[in-house]
Design a protein around this ligand. Structure first.
Ligand code: ATP
Ligand code: MG
Ligand code: FE
Length: 332
C-alpha cells in the first residue's frame, strides 16, 4: 500500500511517498524560514505564494526519489487543517487535482494526527498510549485507545509552547524561530531566576504559558530599569526549566491516571534537548516506553501525513472532491 502525502499547513511545502504506513520512500521538505525571518514570524500571504511556486517541483522530486509513478500510488493523503487557510488550500487543491487526474482516492488528515504518527514511522504504535504534542501552534495531551482515535485530555488555554519560546526569544533579541536558540542558551546558563509555573486546577491537564512569557518580559524590564544586566543564558535556563517542569509533571501524572505504559513526544518542540532529557529520565524511572522521532520528523513534513493517512485509508476514510481547507479543524 503506497500513499502520497502532501503538507502545506504553515511554512513548509512538503510531499512524501510512504509504503505500508511506515516505510519512507521519499520525504521532501522545502522550508520558507529564510523568507519569513526578517518579519519575525510567518506571513500568511508569503507562505501561500511560496507553496504555489514550490508545489510542482517538490511533487516531482518526491515521486522521482521514491522511484514510483502514479500507477503505484494507492491514495493521496493531504493535511486539511488546522493551519493557515491560504496555505492549506494550496495543498488541498493540489491533492484534489492529482486525485481527479489519476483517479485516486483522497484522504484528508488532521495536522496533529500527522505529528503523532511521525512516531509510527519510528516504531509501530501499540495501545493504549499517550502523546505529548508540543509545536508552534499546539500544546496537547492526547490519549489514544486504538489507531485513529484521539482524545484530547488537556491543552493550552493561551500560548502554545513553541509560541512562548519564539516570543521569549524575540524579547532576548534572538533570531526567528527562537526555540532552538533559547534551548541552546539554556544549557549554558543557570536557572537562578524565579519564574512562575502555571499548574492550574489540581486535576487539570491543561496548560498555560502566557503568564510565564509575561513574567520573563517583566523580569527583563525591571532589571533594565534598575540598571542591572541579567545574563540572557540564565533567563533562558530559568524559562526553560519552568516550561519543562510543568510539561513533564503533567504528562507523567496523565500517564499514571490513564494507566498507559507507552508515551510519544510529537511536534517541533520535541527537538528541545532539555525536554527530551527530562522525559527520557522520568520514563526510565517509571518503566514507561518512550518514543521520540528524529528531528526531521518532529518538524512539519509530509511523511507523517502519509503515515496517518494510511491508517485512515485502511479504516475506510475517503474525503471526496468536496474536501476543503479547515483552519480550525478539531482533532477527534
Ligand atoms: P503546528 O504543528 O502547531 O501547526 P508548527 O507546525 O508551526 O505548528 P512545528 O513545525 O511543529 O510547529 O514546530 C515549530 C516550533 O518548534 C517553533 O515554535 C520552534 O521555535 C519550536 N522549536 C524547534 N526547536 C526547538 C527547541 N530545540 N526548543 C524549543 N522549541 C523549539
Ligand atoms: Mg514550520
Ligand atoms: Fe506542525
Amino acid at each position: 500500500l503506497i500513499i502520497l502525502g502532501i503538507e502545506t499547513s504553515c511554512d513548509e511545502t512538503a510531499v512524501a511517498v510512504v509504503k505500508n504506513g511506515r516505510e519512507i520512500l521519499s520525504n521532501v521538505v522545502s522550508s520558507q524560514i529564510e523568507s519569513h525571518k526578517r518579519f519575525g514570524g510567518v506571513v500568511p500571504e508569503i507562505a501561500s505564494r511560496h507553496h504555489v511556486e514550490q508545489m510542482t517541483y517538490i511533487l516531482e522530486e518526491a515521486m522521482a526519489e521514491a522511484e514510483v509513478n502514479f500507477e503505484d500510488i494507492d491514495a493521496i493523503a493531504v493535511t486539511e487543517g488546522p493551519g493557515l487557510v491560504g496555505a492549506l488550500l494550496i495543498g488541498v487543491n493540489a491533492a484534489k487535482a492529482l486525485a481527479f487526474a489519476h483517479n485516486k482516492p483522497l484522504v484528508g488528515v488532521h495536522h496533529i494526527a500527522g505529528h503523532i504518527y511521525a512516531n509510527h514511522i519510528i516504531e509501530e504504535l501499540t495501545f493504549p498510549l499517550l502523546t505529548l504534542v508540543v509545536s508552534g501552534g499546539h500544546t496537547e495531551l492526547v490519549y489514544m485507545e486504538e489507531h485513529g482515535s484521539f482524545q484530547v485530555i488537556g491543552e493550552t488555554r493561551d500560548d502554545a509552547v513553541g509560541e512562548a519560546y519564539d516570543k521569549v526569544a524575540r524579547t532576548l533579541g534572538l533570531p526567528y524561530p527562537g526555540g532552538p536558540h533559547v534551548d541552546k542558551l539554556a544549557h549554558e546558563g543557570e536557572a537562578n531566576i524565579e519564574l512562575p509555573r502555571a499548574w492550574l486546577e489540581p486535576d487539570s491537564f491543561d496548560f498555560s504559558f502566557s503568564g510565564l512569557k509575561s513574567a520573563v518580559i517583566n523580569t527583563l524590564h525591571n532589571a533594565k530599569q534598575k540598571g542591572q544586566e541579567l545574563p540572557i543564558e540564565n533567563v533562558a535556563a530559568s524559562f526553560q526549566e519552568s516550561v519543562i517542569d510543568v510539561l513533564v509533571t503533567k504528562t507523567m501524572r496523565a500517564v499514571e491516571e490513564k494507566q498507559v505504559n507507552r508515551l510519544l513526544l510529537a511536534g517541533g518542540v520535541a527537538a528541545n534537548k532539555g525536554l527530551r532529557e527530562r522525559l527520557t529520565a522520568e520514563c526510565e524511572r517509571k518503566g514507561i516506553k518512550l518514543t521520540i522521532p528524529p528531528l526531521s520528523l518532529c518538524t512539519d513534513n509530509a511523511a507523517m501525513i502519509a503515515s496517518a493517512g494510511t491508517i485512515m485509508y485502511k479504516a475506510g476514510k475517503r474525503s471526496g472532491d468536496r474536501l476543503n481547507g479547515e483552519p480550525g479543524l478539531v482533532l477527534k
